[in-house]
Design a protein around this ligand. Sequence first.
Ligand code: AMO
Length: 439
Amino acid sequence: MTDSLGNWRRTHYSKRIDPEMSGEEIIVMGWIHEIRDLGGIIFVLLRDRDGTIQITAPSKKISKELLEEIRKLRKESVVAVKGIIQESGKAPGGYEIIPNEIKMLNESKLPLPLDTTDKVRAEIDTRLDSRYIDLRRPTSSAIFKIKSRMLHSVRNFLEKGEFIEINTPKLVASATEGGTELFPITYFEREAFLGQSPQLYKQMMMATGFDKVFEIAPIFRAEEHDTLRHLNEAISIDLEASFCDQEDVMHILEAVVHTAIGDVIEHCSDELEILGVDLEIPKIPFERIDYGDVVDIVNSKGVNMKHGEDLSRAAEKAIGETMDGYYFITGWPTDIKPFYVMPNLETPKKSCAFDLMYKDLEISSGAQRVHKHDLLVERIKKQGLNPVSFERYLAAFEYGMPPHAGWGLGAERFTMCMTGVNNIRETVLFPRDRRRLTP
Ligand code: AMO
């Protein structure tokens, strides 16, 4: 038998109750986390978004009917409890609630697909299959409260810096980052793709006079490999700014990272504690290391890397052992960076591109861009691409395109750095990977 909500409304989340409110009648709502029936007294732990509340039902203080009702409660059922707050040294948060009335709002089926109290550990696949239950576990939900705070902080910081938030299409006609990573789709009678990056659009926005833009949106990558760092759908924090070079946008990037971490430390102390993470604000400016030195370090660690190659996983690990925390890799060879990256004027084999790393994980890449039309056409051809496919993009460079630079920061990879999780799937509510398309 279930009750209707009627005119009951939650008066307090667990976090908002303190022992000094002793004697007050309140209404709390949530899920039955645990129940301990000692005969003469029943302890129920009620869980809401913010934590747990102990409901204490001593047979001497409450009616027989109510005690029987409480005795029938089962794990993960949804209930509302009206009761009196009482100070209690033994209960979590220093208080307990002596119930006056209970509403059973919905019953949970048993057994559960996984335990919500962390007493029995479940495999990641089991957890992702029943993600709505997995997210009831504080160790899972804490990650998303931190991600939410980080995104809020980034937005806030960029808005204060007078960046304009934009939305660009995710149904696109051509590749930006390389053809192999595209998801083809049917667009009426034509072929189209899911956008890999807002790259071309954020650059075209520089020709409009908006000057400073950002976008926080999904990117789709048809990466074949199944790793702990790759998703097929991720959230990218993209930024582009006119009248800037790569150094200018690197300063913005390190300030974004610095501010977001400070904000998370200030507002998510409970979540960091749940995860057992001792987060520290990194010092800025971040260290810069030239690509040439990276090659030397990697080789000195016994990992073979030739000049002109991208970092392999082994190379990332080798460099991550040497460099701690956040650091930039600069001076990348022009040939291994996308066509839109500006070659260095004095040494064109080197580019104005950078990557931001955290230990052995790349979390962002960016560059000063080519803003001259003819050079851009040349770069497109050199990368084996056809300028005709980029006609509309290229046209934007013919009518007054200012010099510009920008970057893309992976929201999930950045969340991994802050939460200490080593599988990127932990930082996505419903991850999309090589094998997973549901739920
Ligand atoms: P890039 O391809 O390096 O650059 O992507 C930028 C950042 O996005 C994140 N990222 C991913 N995260 C999870 N799974 C993936 N498959 C994945 N792919 C990318 C990473 C990465 O550092 N247009 C450029 C950016 C720019 O120059 O402005 C670009 O997309 O954190």
